[in-house]
Ligand binder design. Sequence first.
Ligand code: MLT
Ligand code: MN
Ligand code: ZN
Length: 306
Amino acid sequence: MKIRLLGTAAGGGLPQWNCGCADCTAARRTGAARSQDCLAVSGDGRAWYLVNASPDLRSQLLTAPELAPAPGTRDTPLHGVLLTSGELDHTLGLLTLREAAGLTVHATAPVRRALHSAFPVGPLLAPYTKAQWHTVTPGEPVELAGGLRAEPFALGGKRPRYAADLPGEDGPDRTDWVTGYRFTEEDGGACAVYAPGLADWTPAVDRAVAGADVVLLDGTFSTADELAERTGGARRSPGMGHLAVRDSLPHLARNPGPRYLYTHLNNTNPLAHPASPEAAGLLTGLLADLAAAGAAVAEDGLLLEL
Ligand code: MLT
Ligand code: MN
Ligand code: ZN
């Protein structure tokens, strides 16, 4: 299995275009930027799938040599897209894929419904490309090309803000607005888990990470109060569907074995640029705890070969 981390920032990226905070300013100055959360995965190194489609997708695709079309052809190695949510930072890039001859999109029922109504990507794409939409259901594995299997697991009912009022068969108990995926190879080889939006560490997450080689997980915020402290607002990370790194670390200690990489880092998160002197002060202890748990911060462009 191969995984290319195309982007590792939360919505807005780093630097965020309208933010002049010390971190975004430093990122502008040093070029140490992060693009928005997205990855590509392949079972055989030939057939590739995107997981999420970020607003930065075009430039992300251009940086990944394995995603280039074969010379002299319009044959793309990209076979489809799997979505972990309907959030704009995970779906705006679908419109960037409109030049494709065909496009296969896997999403849960509520996400599919949102992408055909409140944010009508489905109808918008229809005149441009032949899109095929497939419903994924937590617990039901999806067999993909190249011997790759994706098993979705439910991570919660947090809807995108644009879909807050979406009517439908959507009770308050719906838990598949946000999902993670457990990727395995047909022959039982490598296993990777991707969960960029983790509201709570549930027993389903314990099951998903058991036996995994690598786990890419929600690193939006370093602590539950980080956003409030750094922006003067009142929003705490639990209400935003993101378990803070400080609060997921104990679960990593309970589930040793995999290599853990935090991704989807918000521009307020000092872990987004751990090498900076400002971050060092804020991160006293946290970086050591990360290392002790076998965890690290993901980087844009990283290629994992499992
Ligand atoms: C999230 O991950 O919580 C969302 O992408 C937030 C947003 O962009 O509104
Ligand atoms: Mn997001
Ligand atoms: Zn900023």
